[in-house]
Write a protein that binds this ligand. Structure first.
Ligand code: FES
Ligand code: FES
Length: 158
């Protein structure tokens, strides 16, 4: 029997009807809400492509149930900025061309967002550590790290 799950996504209250409340949050975001920022990579919590932020924490939406997100605040890539007004992390990724295929970029950016919200003055090592579990099969890590460093500097300056 279908049930309804209420949550907040990118500042808006939403209600999603599901047959199985244990469905991954990722499916609800992409299929029910048409938010295609979070990507399906491994589906096993191992690559980070599906990362979203829930109540300030970066989480892997492929292994987070929709039920677990009930009543919470979810932010996806679409909630950070727009093409006209990108978030500083998004702008820095564009400037550093920190993507090849771009499949990992959502996860890199969302992981970095949650990290920089907590650590305003990260060292290079701390940035590296924070992104260590986000995989990129194209090998763009050096540009990703440079982009996050640039974004951190700009956020510090305001
Ligand atoms: S798709 Fe979720 S961690 Fe890989
Ligand atoms: S840019 Fe292709 S997986 Fe990272």
């Amino acid at each position: 029997m279908a049930s309804k799950i209420s949550l907040e996504v990118n500042g808006a209250a939403v209600e999603i009807a599901v047959d199985d409340p244990a469905m991954p949050l990722l499916y609800a975001l992409r299929n029910d809400l048409a938010l295609k920022g979070p990507r399906f990579g491994c589906g096993l919590g191992q690559c980070g492509a599906c990362t979203v932020i829930i109540d300030g924490e970066a989480v892997r939406s492929c292994v987070t149930t929709l039920e677990a997100a009930a009543g919470r605040k979810v932010t996806t890539l679409e909630g950070l900025g727009s093409p006209e007004r990108p978030h500083p992390i998004q702008a820095a990724f564009i400037e550093h061309q920190a993507a090849q295929c771009g499949y990992c970029s959502n996860g890199m950016i969302m992981q970095a967002k949650a990290f920089l919200d907590r650590n305003k003055r990260p060292s290079d090592g701390e940035i590296r550590q924070a992104l260590a579990d986000n995989l990129c099969r194209c090998g763009t890590h050096i540009r990703v790290l440079a982009a996050i460093k640039l974004a951190a500097e700009r956020i510090q300056r305001g």
